[in-house]
Design a protein around this ligand. Structure first.
Ligand code: IMO
Ligand code: MG
Length: 428
């Protein structure tokens, strides 16, 4: 019963969408298991660039079925825009997208609350899509699930209850009656749109796995944004790590036969919070420009830094990563020399592990090892041997230092711009 998890092992934006799209050609199902439309998965298809936020990255391959699992928070309005956009480009979505009846629904008041929190002076730089407040409702056991959304009476009762619960905050922005009106304004038409996609997705996946179909589980965000293992409190409100895949898709852990971690050849982060290897100045500006490092969801310039092996080792551990995909090696070309953090200094002491305390994370000062850079345009290279020697050596050194194979190296956004090293490492 082969299921493979594809996870980000940095702070998101690693290139998970491209890796999923690449592996999806050999898969039958792609499942999103957490997060919501805070994700921005950029995929180049037919020479057009698509930034997907909710629809799984398998949608570009006609033979693939796509599932939005129970662990995802679904904004019906965002989903409709995305489906309409795909359909307007000739990509069939109906009959190929299945939304879990147990997924929670993001409603307009979640977005208001997210904004309020961000403006309160305690912001963490969220995407303001209502993700955090929707998960809060889920855990507080007052959330609205897709199944509840589809039942008009249940929906009404839950919304009224929640508006009363949140009245104190919401009324700072506008009268409650107006907030209520906004919730119900498009509700009936969105419900009609959503209904045909909804179903019992664990049953669907059970049938698929029993029939030995190949299932890819797609994370959003990354290990360092994980609510348990990330740089708390500067994290998202779910578990992107591989362990979250079973809970967020409704499958058992024995179904998972591999975990593919996705990392850039350097590091980026959007939003606030610790980032030990962050750099500013010319190299950062260069990588941001060449790598088009601007958020796919919010357009914010991404913070830039060197690859961080202390952070990566922590992420590989909590995900149980069996293989790595290294993205954007082409972007790192023409940077001389390349630095990689191999340890930190915290409070003047050398440490090998990512600090757990907030103070330790902020205080962490990277200890760098230097690697020779490489020059030229890598975007046309299709074999590992075709890469400049120093680029090969960089990948091999990371493989060695992380004790994890790197069978996929990416040198551009297109599906074709992918170097595959060694067959059979990904799928059993
Ligand atoms: P993909 O799937 C990068 C960050 C936000 C913020 C924190 C919490 O494209 O990798 P949230 O809106 O989730 O409550 O914000 O998490 N964040 C992301 N950063 N890529 C993403 O998704 C992200 N999703 C959330 O910037 O720091
Ligand atoms: Mg993103």
């Amino acid at each position: 019963m082969p299921a493979i998890v594809v996870v980000g092992v940095q702070w998101g934006d690693e290139g998970k969408g491209k890796v999923v799209d690449y592996l999806a050609s050999k898969s039958d199902f792609v499942v999103r298991y957490q997060g919501g439309n805070n994700a921005g998965h950029t995929i180049v298809f037919d020479n057009k660039t698509f930034a997907m936020h909710l629809v799984p990255s398998g949608v570009f391959l006609p033979g693939v079925q796509n599932v939005i699992g129970n662990g995802v928070v679904v904004d019906p309005k965002a989903l409709r825009s995305e489906v309409e956009l795909l359909e307007s480009k000739g990509i069939r979505v109906r009959g190929r997208l299945h939304v879990s009846l147990s997924a929670h629904v993001i409603l307009p008041y979640h977005i208001i609350l997210d904004g309020l929190r961000e403006e309160s002076g305690h912001g963490i730089g969220t995407t303001r899509r209502g993700i955090g407040p929707c998960y809060e409702d889920k855990v507080a056991r007052v959330g609205v699930r897709v199944a509840d959304y589809l039942e008009p009476e249940t929906f009404k009762v839950l919304v009224d209850q929640n508006l009363r619960l949140r009245a104190c905050d919401l009324e700072k922005v506008k009268p409650l009656a107006q907030v209520r009106e906004e919730v119900f304004a498009e509700y009936a038409s969105l419900r009609k749109f959503l209904k045909p996609f909804c179903g019992d997705t664990p049953s669907l996946l059970e049938t698929a796995l029993r029939a030995r179909k190949r299932v890819l589980l797609e994370s959003a965000q990354g290990a360092m944004l994980d609510v348990d293992f990330g740089t708390y409190p500067f994290v998202t409100s779910s578990n992107p790590i591989a362990g979250g895949a079973c809970a967020g898709a409704g499958i058992g852990p024995m179904a998972v036969s591999g975990v593919v971690g996705v990392t850039k050849a350097y590091t980026t982060r959007v939003g606030l919070g610790p980032f030990p290897t962050e750099i500013e100045g010319r190299t950062a500006a260069y990588l941001r420009q060449v790598g088009k490092e601007y958020g796919a969801t919010t357009g914010r310039p991404r913070r830039i830094g060197w690859l961080d092996l202390v952070q990566l080792r922590a992420a590989l551990r909590v995900n149980g990563v069996s293989a790595l995909a290294m993205m954007k090696l082409d972007t790192l070309a023409n940077v001389h020399p390349i630095k990689v953090a191999t340890a930190y200094k915290v409070g003047g002491k050398r440490v090998a592990e990512f600090p757990i305390s907030r103070a330790g994370q902020l205080d962490a000062e990277p200890v760098y090892e230097t690697f020779p850079g490489f020059s030229g345009d890598l975007t046309g290279v299709r074999t590992f041997a075709g890469l400049p020697k120093a680029a090969q050596d960089y990948v091999l050194a990371m493989e060695e230092l992380l004790k994890t194979p790197i069978p996929i190296v990416s040198v551009g956004q297109d599906r074709e711009q992918t170097i595959s090293r060694g067959k059979g490492i990904i799928w059993p």
